[in-house]
Structures are given as structure tokens and as C-alpha cells.
Ligand binder design. Structure first.
Ligand SMILES: NC(=O)c1ccc[n+]([C@@H]2O[C@H](COP(=O)([O-])OP(=O)(O)OC[C@H]3O[C@@H](n4cnc5c(N)ncnc54)[C@H](OP(=O)(O)O)[C@@H]3O)[C@@H](O)[C@H]2O)c1
Length: 344
């Protein structure tokens, strides 16, 4: 008997991608349910070669659902995830609502799949922020080899990371610039078309933004609490694909050649690093792909044991939907979840 899987936020950027990935990877589901807000009842979404009609989250009975993939934002998750878990479904959540809860595992399967064991306390598993997911996939194999002590990262994050309204805003503003219409920022605090904005999520008291704080806190929780990390997170006018320039300091020596070899063998990583024009990956090329691409690996000679690299991934896939489906696959493969008896 296969699993019954509910996708909450099925009309959104991440939810649509979740449905695609469940179908692409032939997840062992007998039944997939698309859920969104009341306003989307009856809206059609694709699932492989099928069309699903969205149902309303607040009218849905989860009692025979086995796995619920949530991507409807933090406040919806805070309200609904505990209720869905209490009905007996394992919730894999994409929002930041549960990531820092000590009773909720925060998982990137290539990095800390074993931490999944703790999910039964609340029945909820958290997915990291998109910029953290790709970063820890690249850092983990290097940490295992030479022990990372400090990371300095600057991100170049695409607008799809802020939802489908944000993608519409980049499109509308770009068009407005060409036809000399007024450019109106709505979702972003400043114009995003032909611009970059050094501000993602809210400002914290110390001057960092919440997005920057998330990268620090999540890297510690997923990879190693001893790693010091400082980030500058920047929104750029790219539709899909987050990029990161990463300076890494190690306790032990490691050369760029060793790092290249280690990363080339690491799960989830693909190294494309030719020291010539075009010999690196850009976000345009990673859209629709599963890997975390690593390029521009070189020595940072300003510190004792330092490397610099460029890391790019599809934020809707590894940064969200793919990671969530991979977590569900680990639950199934390790028999941490079983299919409930369904009503006839
Ligand atoms: N985009 C990324 O790269 C990324 C990466 C990691 C994590 N995340 C997280 O994933 C979540 C979704 O992001 P997104 O980019 O897919 O956003 P989005 O495109 O704006 O989609 C939001 C989804 O949530 C649904 N929703 C909103 N309010 C709801 C309610 N009261 N009840 C049921 N459904 C409701 C929407 O349904 P309606 O269409 O009916 O309103 C829509 O399906 C967010 O928590 C985000 O932080 C996103």
C-alpha cells in the first residue's frame, strides 16, 4: 500500500515544484492531495500527467494522510502543523516557524539525515531556509575533511525566494522600465528591476537582517554549533537560482585541488570549475536542476587555512521542494513512516 501525501500551498512557487518533484521521482504515493487557501478551491494544478483540483486547508480532514508537505508560510504552519501532526501525519514544513525548536529536527538529507530520528516529539520536521540548504550541502564534505571554523558569505538571491508575487513584481517592473511607465515597489522595499537590494526579511536589533541570522543559526543547528558564520543577504533581479560567494576558514590545511576532488564526490554537489570565461555555473543554468553547483574554488591567502568558492542552486528545488521530498524519501526508506489503513 502506498502513501497518502498532502501538499499544502499547492498553488505557490514551492508547492507546485513539490508536486512536480513527487511525480518526477515517482514517490510511492497512492494519493496526492493539493491544498491551498479557500480562495483557491477548485484551482487546477499539475501532478505529473494528472490535474489536481485544490481543496481548502481549513476544511480538510487529515486523519488518513501519512505525509504532509507544508509550504504556506510561517503563520499558517504555526496554526496548522500541530493539528495535522496530531491527526497522525508527519509534517515536513518549509517555513521558518519550527526551524529553531529544539524538538523539531532541521534536516538537509545529504548533511544530517540521522537527526530525523527526533521527529516523533512533535511530528514536525523543518526544512531550512533556501540559502542555508545549498550552503551546508557544499560545506559538509569540506568540514568533514578539514574542520571549518568560520564562514563569510554574501548571497545573491533570486526573487522566487519571496514567492510568486515577487516574481510578478520583477516582471512588471522590468516591463515598466522598457515602456517608461512608473515603477512601483510593492513586495520589495525598493525597485528590484535593474537593481540589487541588500535587505531580505526584517531587520534585527544588531543591524543584521533575519535572513542573515537564519543562515548563521541554521548552519549551526544542521552542521556544527562551533562554526562561526557571518552573512550579507542580497536580493538580485534573477527569477530563479540563488548564488553565494563563500569564504571558508579551516582548522586544518586544505588545498583548492583537494576541495575540488572532495566536492566532486560529495552527494548533491556538482563541480564545474574551469578557470576560463564561462567555466563556472550561473543561476540561469541551475534553474530546474537538483544539484548544488560549485565553481571558482581558490585559496583565500588572507587567512591561514582559507578557501573561497562560488555556489549556485535552484532555490525552489534544493532550497525548498526537493529537500522536502528527499526528507520524505528518507522517512520511507528508513521505515520511519508507514502508510495508514485507508477508508474504503
Ligand atoms: N521560495 C523559496 O525559495 C522558498 C525556499 C524555502 C522556503 N520557502 C517557504 O515556503 C513557503 C511558501 O513559499 P512560496 O515561495 O511557495 O510562496 P507563494 O508562492 O507565495 O505561495 C504561498 C502558498 O501558500 C498558500 N497559502 C497562503 N495562505 C494560506 C492559508 N491561509 N491556507 C492555506 N494555504 C495558504 C497559498 O495559497 P493561495 O494561492 O490559495 O493563497 C500558496 O499556495 C514560505 O513559508 C516560504 O518562506 C520558500
Amino acid at each position: 500500500m502506498g502513501f497518502k501525501v498532502a501538499v499544502v500551498g499547492a498553488t505557490g512557487n514551492v508547492g507546485r515544484e513539490m508536486l512536480d518533484i513527487l511525480a518526477e521521482r515517482a514517490f510511492p504515493a497512492d494519493d496526492v492531495i493539493a491544498l491551498a487557501s479557500r480562495k483557491s478551491m477548485g484551482v487546477e494544478v499539475s501532478f505529473g500527467d494528472k490535474i489536481l483540483k485544490c481543496k481548502s486547508l481549513d476544511q480538510y480532514d487529515f486523519s488518513d494522510v501519512d505525509i504532509c508537505l507544508m509550504s504556506a508560510g510561517g503563520s499558517v504552519s504555526k496554526q496548522w502543523s500541530p493539528k495535522i501532526a496530531a491527526a497522525g501525519a508527519v509534517v515536513i514544513d518549509n517555513s521558518s516557524a519550527w526551524r529553531y525548536d529544539a524538538d523539531v529536527p532541521l534536516i538537509v538529507p545529504e548533511v544530517n539525515a540521522d537527526a530525523l530520528a527526533g521527529f516523533r516529539k512533535k511530528g514536525i520536521i523543518a526544512n531550512p531556509n533556501c540559502s542555508t540548504a545549498q550552503l551546508v550541502v557544499a560545506l559538509k564534505p569540506l568540514h568533514d575533511r578539514a574542520k571549518i571554523t568560520r564562514v563569510v558569505v554574501a548571497t545573491y538571491q533570486s526573487v522566487s525566494g519571496a514567492g510568486h508575487d515577487a516574481m510578478d513584481e520583477l516582471f512588471a517592473q522590468t516591463r515598466a522600465v522598457y515602456v517608461t511607465d512608473p515603477v512601483e515597489p510593492k513586495k520589495f522595499p525598493k525597485r528590484i528591476a535593474f537593481n540589487v537590494i541588500p535587505h531580505i526579511d526584517v531587520f534585527m536589533e544588531d543591524g543584521y537582517t533575519k535572513e542573515e541570522w537564519k543562515m548563521m543559526a541554521e548552519t549551526k543547528k544542521i552542521l556544527d554549533p562551533a562554526i562561526k558564520l557571518t552573512a550579507t543577504c542580497v536580493r538580485v533581479p534573477v527569477f530563479i537560482g540563488h548564488s553565494e560567494a563563500v569564504n571558508i576558514e579551516f582548522e586544518n590545511p586544505i588545498t583548492p585541488d583537494e576541495a575540488r576532488e572532495i566536492l566532486a564526490r560529495a552527494p548533491g554537489c556538482l563541480v564545474i570549475d574551469k578557470r576560463e570565461p564561462g567555466g563556472y555555473v550561473t543561476p540561469y543554468e541551475c534553474a530546474g536542476e537538483d544539484a548544488t553547483y560549485i565553481s571558482r574554488i581558490r585559496e583565500d591567502a588572507t587567512v591561514e587555512n582559507g578557501l573561497v568558492l562560488w555556489c549556485v542552486s535552484d532555490n525552489l528545488r534544493k532550497g525548498a521542494a526537493l529537500n522536502a521530498v528527499q526528507i520524505a524519501e528518507v522517512l520511507v526508506n528508513r521505515k520511519l513512516v508507514s502508510a495508514k489503513q485507508k477508508a474504503a
